[in-house]
Design a protein around this ligand. Structure first.
Ligand code: DGL
Length: 263
């Protein structure tokens, strides 16, 4: 047993889609969530910058005495998961490997990936999918506007609908029915994307694979907690006016206190 919390980070609000799922699945665990709002958007930064931000985030979470870290960010996972795993002596779980395992079990043969510019440029999803399933057909699409629209609180806008409409054309043209939401902000567009496909599409939320992977990991390492104490603490690195309101919407809670950590 290990009563320490689990650390999670992302560049902003997106990783809360992962936190939400994990809070539901792991009722005895506590979580510390770090949103690096100061450095958002990661998707438009260089590999070196993202690696440095990720290292700062991990160092902060280690100081909070977490027992393991989840990188709830596709961009950070794609750019530096191997490097940070080598650098730090703490278990680190990204979103790509668990999702690839999920896809493999589902026996999917053709798949789409929607993600940030940085993630698509890295080729990490395609590489990892093909490592496990050499014959899988992968169609990737960078969707650079989507994370920003979430942070600006404009998911229900015309800009958002138009962006989604354009981004999904390539999947429609190729008759792709399974799409990985390769950025943790994107599950917030679930309904809009499904509507574009007349609900004939399977959207893969990376939080699902992460939850399965985490369950096995906690069990195997015997580091489960037996009783939740504070549920979750949310920390951001730059004050954002509506962060609290948006976080509450995403987590579907009435109350959530946001702490500021200056780097
Ligand atoms: N939520 C992040 C991801 O999963 C990144 C968005 C961004 O900072 O550009 O890729």
């Amino acid at each position: 047993m290990d009563t320490r919390p689990i650390g999670i980070f992302d560049s902003g609000l997106g990783g809360l889609t992962v936190l939400k799922e994990l809070q539901k699945e792991f009722v005895n665990e506590d979580f510390i969530y770090l949103g690096d709002t100061l450095n958002f958007p990661y998707g438009e930064k260089t590999k070196d910058e993202i690696t440095q931000f990720s290292k700062n985030n991990i160092e902060y979470l280690i100081k909070q005495n977490v027992k393991l870290i989840i990188i709830a960010c596709g961009t950070a996972t794609s750019q530096c998961i191997d490097e940070v795993k080598k650098t730090f002596n703490i278990p680190i779980i990204g979103i790509i490997e668990p999702t690839v395992e999920y896809v493999k079990k589902s026996k999917i043969k053709e798949i789409g990936v929607m993600a940030t510019n940085g993630t698509i440029r890295s080729g990490a999803w395609e590489f990892n999918l093909k490592q496990e399933m050499p014959d899988i057909k992968v169609i990737s699409k960078a969707c650079p506007l989507l994370a920003n629209i979430v942070e600006e609180g404009k998911i229900a806008s015309k800009e958002s609908l138009d962006a989604i409409h354009n981004y999904v054309q390539i999947f429609k043209e190729n008759d792709i029915k399974h799409i990985i939401l390769g950025c943790t902000h994107y599950p917030l567009y679930d309904e809009i994307i499904k509507k574009e496909f007349n609900y004939d599409v399977n959207l893969i939320n990376t939080a699902k694979g992460v939850a399965t992977y985490l369950k096995e990991f906690l069990n195997k390492s015997k580091i489960e907690n037996s009783k939740r104490t504070f549920a979750s603490k949310i920390v951001i690195t730059k004050q954002e006016k509506d962060f609290e309101k948006r976080a509450k919407n995403i987590l579907e809670v009435n109350k959530c206190e946001i702490f500021l950590q200056n780097y």
